[in-house]
Design a protein around this ligand. Structure first.
Ligand code: ADP
Ligand code: MG
Length: 284
């Protein structure tokens, strides 16, 4: 892992759009944390429309970072930069520098399939494959060649489901369809599927927005446990969720990163009027 003070090379991809239109207010962390991913002057452009404007942020390792802000401010777009998911959108260009443990994530030579195993993603709507619970979990480890023997796959299935807090609920029906589970169980299955390939980072884009409050609570507890082993970035429209689950919060507005810092500081003492307005409920 790159230490916080690691020197950074000049961006290889020169970003002519490197203009966060306002200087981001960056609030120091009382806890010293290692940086897992460093974004520098990242802009994202759809065709001719720039949706993210020169965002720079350090994502700490083994902690939860929340991205908040009004709908359409670029949270999902920016999140997709971390595992090159914007590559799949025609006409979408990402400029600037993203380093994970010092490695350039935008390097053309990087194997994106491998990257997406290292930086897993959980979406808004649970999206288990139309296969059994067991097959949902072993799919990734099989294609990445992590295991092929049944005993090894069985072990991965049990470990991943246990980590996702789902093992006891599904151990007697591993060969039934994943889509037959409740919404909250399906989302935990998707988290288990992400964990099965031993990722370093888990991206979550509004992972609870399709869940009821009880299932949301279970997933939030899970996020809290997972941060011991993984770096987590969560997009949430729920300010109470951001406060419950995250260590750091980044507030986005119209494609700019306005302010970021320790979650408590952002919510209790926001510096920017736009952050204050949003947090006090004037926006969105
Ligand atoms: P958020 O997740 O904060 O709601 P998004 O990242 O989805 O915001 O969107 C940011 C901006 O980019 C919006 O103006 C949205 O319309 C635009 N956008 C998002 N996805 C696409 C796309 N695939 N093609 C074109 N524009 C897009
Ligand atoms: Mg979004």
């Amino acid at each position: 892992m790159a230490a916080v003070d690691t020197a950074v090379e000049a961006p290889k991809t020169k970003n002519p759009h490197a203009h966060n239109r306002f200087a981001t207010i960056r609030r120091p962390d009382p806890v010293a944390r290692e940086t897992k991913i460093e974004a520098k002057d990242v802009s994202v452009i759809y065709g001719t429309k720039e949706a993210v404007h020169g965002v720079s942020i350090d994502i700490p390792a083994q902690a939860v970072t929340a991205f908040i802000g009004p709908s359409g401010c670029g949270k999902s777009t920016f999140l997709r930069c971390f595992n090159r998911m914007n590559d799949t959108i025609p006409g979408c260009r990402v400029l600037g520098q993203l380093n994970m443990d010092g490695e350039d994530l935008n390097d053309h030579a990087l194997d994106v399939v491998l990257l997406r195993a290292r930086v897993g993603m959980v979406f808004q709507k649970p999206n288990p494959f139309p296969k059994s619970i067991y097959e949902n979990i072993v799919y990734g480890p099989r294609i990445h060649g992590l295991a092929s023997k049944k005993a090894d796959l069985d072990e991965i299935v049990e470990r991943s489901l246990a980590r996702a807090g789902l093992w006891n609920e599904v151990k007697d029906r591993l060969h039934e369809p994943g889509t037959g589970l409740s919404g909250g169980q399906q989302q935990r299955l998707c988290i288990a599927r992400a964990i099965a390939v031993s990722p370093e980072v888990i991206l979550m884009d509004e992972p609870c927005s399709a869940l009821d409050p009880i299932a949301t609570g279970t997933v939030e507890e899970l996020i809290h446990e997972l941060k011991q082993n993984y770096t987590i970035i969560i997009v949430t429209h729920s300010m109470s969720q951001a406060q419950r689950v995250s260590d750091r919060t980044a507030y986005f507005h119209l494609g700019d990163l306005v302010e970021e810092g320790p979650t408590k500081t952002i919510f209790e003492d926001p510096q920017e009027p736009r952050t204050k307005d949003y947090i006090s409920g004037v926006f969105g």
